[in-house]
Design a protein. Structure first.
Length: 222
């Protein structure tokens, strides 16, 4: 597998600690850019970051981006924007800037914004049971996006994951100083094993300056 595997009992706590450490190590002359996600591990991770990072992070120096989004109203319970606002932003009070993905604007507007960032300081990703990450699904066109494309629209060709999506491509994710995957639960073990074994699954194709996998014991590969 590509990256560093850490098997931890407390995935949200380990994620919060890594995010706080990355912020502390960042330069004070630029905003700290975080690209966040949705999925089953995201809410507890962001709630823990809000709790542990309330004083450790200067949120007025943090810019929030999204790694992917479902094409739904931002108030929808399945919206990644709503999840991040409820679990993190409303708890810490504010951030320097917030840049949600808007499907009705198309991917080009977000592509320009990502291009202006240079590099994300931290990108948080999850792992689906089918080994997808962000909205990069097995067999979907986004897996073979042109290297110059940082953001695309995409769908799961199997239909198991509903809704059209906007997502960072592998090239967009690669513009990260640190990518942190959080993986929890026995239902993710098979997908995590595929990544660990180097199978050709979407999550195994993620590259960045540094990639860390935070995995709890039920999801850990053999």
């Amino acid at each position: 597998m590509y990256g560093e595997l850490r098997v931890v009992d407390d995935v949200p706590g380990a994620f919060a600690a890594m995010a706080i450490e990355a912020f502390a190590a960042s330069s004070e002359d630029h905003e700290f850019g975080m690209a966040l996600s949705g999925g089953s591990t995201a809410r507890p991770c962001y709630e823990r970051l809000a709790e542990d990072g309330a004083r450790a992070v200067d949120w007025w120096r943090v810019d929030i981006y999204w790694g992917d989004e479902r094409c739904l109203p931002p108030t929808d319970p399945e919206s990644n924007e709503r999840l991040v606002r409820e679990a993190l932003l409303e708890r810490v009070g504010a951030a320097h800037a917030v840049y949600p993905m808007r499907c009705d604007e198309g991917p080009d507007a977000y592509q320009l914004r990502v291009g202006e960032v240079g590099k994300f300081d931290l990108t948080h990703l999850g792992l689906g049971p089918d080994a997808h990450t962000a909205s990069l699904f097995p067999g979907s066109p986004a897996l073979d996006a042109d290297p110059g494309r940082l953001v695309v629209m995409n769908r799961d060709p199997t239909g198991r994951n509903p809704y059209e999506r906007m997502t960072l491509t592998f090239s967009g994710i690669a513009r990260s100083r640190l990518v942190v995957f959080t993986v929890s639960g026995e239902s993710k073990r098979e997908a995590m094993q595929a990544v660990y074994d180097g199978a050709d699954v979407p999550a195994a194709r993620v590259r960045a300056d540094r990639v860390v996998w935070l995995v709890d014991p039920p999801a850990a590969p053999r």
